[in-house]
Write a protein that binds this ligand. Structure first.
Ligand SMILES: Nc1ncnc2c1ncn2[C@@H]1O[C@H](COP(=O)(O)OP(=O)(O)OP(=O)(O)O)[C@@H](O)[C@H]1O
Ligand SMILES: [Mg+2]
Length: 323
């Protein structure tokens, strides 16, 4: 367990018949960002709530920051921070007032609370907006304030439960920057997410969770290799061009091309991404194959799921059924 900031073994949590966690294992190295990746209802929030002492499991063991989560919950609480799936900041107060209030909640005393608030506003690039009401903040600013609030005591381990769900790309980018800065200052982060690209960008290791169990634990590259990594994808204008396009794609790309006849799509895995894309585009043009669309596609959580479990995530199954 040495060198791990979070260590959980065989965690169980039942709600009636429902097994929210069903023998869940997790090991997070100190000083890293670890991604916990899974679809809606997989058990991410349940795992985070257990590890942050908010709820008790029905079975299993867990250590956080070197302490037993169930025997030493108070000591654990003093070493962790938690940003929930739903923001906890007060809309009416300003950003600064929110942070000062959290500081006093943690018994910092007026002066230290003010200093810490100013420091965190600076760190999360909120100084200009500090004295505006939070009701007027953008989504990204709000999440940054939420992150700042969970950093009041500079925790050894920070749990971030879907910190970017519902944010636009700019807001997501801002939160990612803040997370990187935290880790650079020594905090270990466990981040739950439904987005493979988010886990890929931030985490050095990813645990994939499905129905309360870890179904994979790997580096982002390892997971992407499992699904064949990035793909070049061509959408054709004419069905009759499919065989010719398959030949071109097979010649240029490393992996076996796959065809989606209904959507006139031909795609194949690539490692040399941009070079392969350029080469496919050029060759198709030389051969007079009309192309509707061409691009690089990064694997999604859905692709990972399909490879690991043989089924799609339930959400996308529903979407598929509705379409
Ligand atoms: N308090 C509760 N009472 C009953 N069932 C619960 C409770 N909390 C969670 N569950 C169930 O346990 C399962 C796991 O839920 P959890 O919230 O941990 O999933 P999640 O991975 O965080 O999902 P999301 O991505 O939607 O946040 C779900 O089926 C959920 O309905
Ligand atoms: Mg959740």
């Amino acid at each position: 367990m040495d060198g791990y900031a979070v260590w959980a073994e065989a965690l169980e949590k039942r709600y009636g018949e429902k097994r929210a966690l069903d023998g869940f294992d997790l090991a997070v190295r100190e000083g890293t960002v670890h991604g916990l990746l899974g679809p809606n209802g997989a058990g991410k929030t349940t795992a985070v709530r257990i590890l942050s002492t908010l709820i008790k499991p029905d079975g299993g063991r867990a250590r956080v920051a070197g302490l037993d989560v169930f025997r030493q919950p108070r000591e654990v609480r003093a070493r962790i921070g938690l940003t929930g799936q739903y923001a906890a900041v007060d809309e009416v107060l300003t950003g600064r007032q929110n942070l000062e209030m959290f500081g006093r909640l943690f018994h910092l005393g007026g002066k230290r609370a003010r200093l810490r608030a100013a420091e965190l506003l600076e760190r999360f690039d909120l100084t200009d907006a500090a004295d505006r009401g939070v009701g007027k903040y953008s989504g990204g600013m709000r999440r940054r304030l939420d992150l700042a609030a969970s950093m009041i005591l500079a925790p050894a381990v920070l749990f971030l439960d879907e910190p970017t769900t519902g944010l636009d790309p700019r807001g997501r980018g801002e939160v990612w920057e803040s997370v990187r800065a935290l880790v650079a200052s020594g905090t270990t982060v466990l981040l739950t997410t439904q987005y493979l690209d988010e886990a890929d960008k931030l985490a050095s290791r990813i645990t994939v969770i499905d129905r309360g169990r870890a179904i994979a634990d790997d580096t982002p590259d390892g997971l992407k290799d499992l699904v064949g990594g990035d793909r070049v994808e061509v959408v054709l204008a004419e069905r009759t061009d499919i065989p010719r396009a398959v030949k071109v794609v097979a010649r240029v790309c490393e992996g076996e091309p796959e065809t989606d006849e209904g959507e006139l799509r031909v795609h194949a895995p690539v490692t040399d991404r941009v070079a392969a894309l350029t080469e496919v585009a050029r060759t198709l043009q030389d051969e007079g194959v009309a192309v509707e669309d061409i691009g690089l596609r990064r694997p999604s959580l859905d692709d990972v799921f399909l490879r690991l479990t043989g089924h799609r995530t339930e959400i996308s199954q529903e979407k598929g059924a509705a379409a």
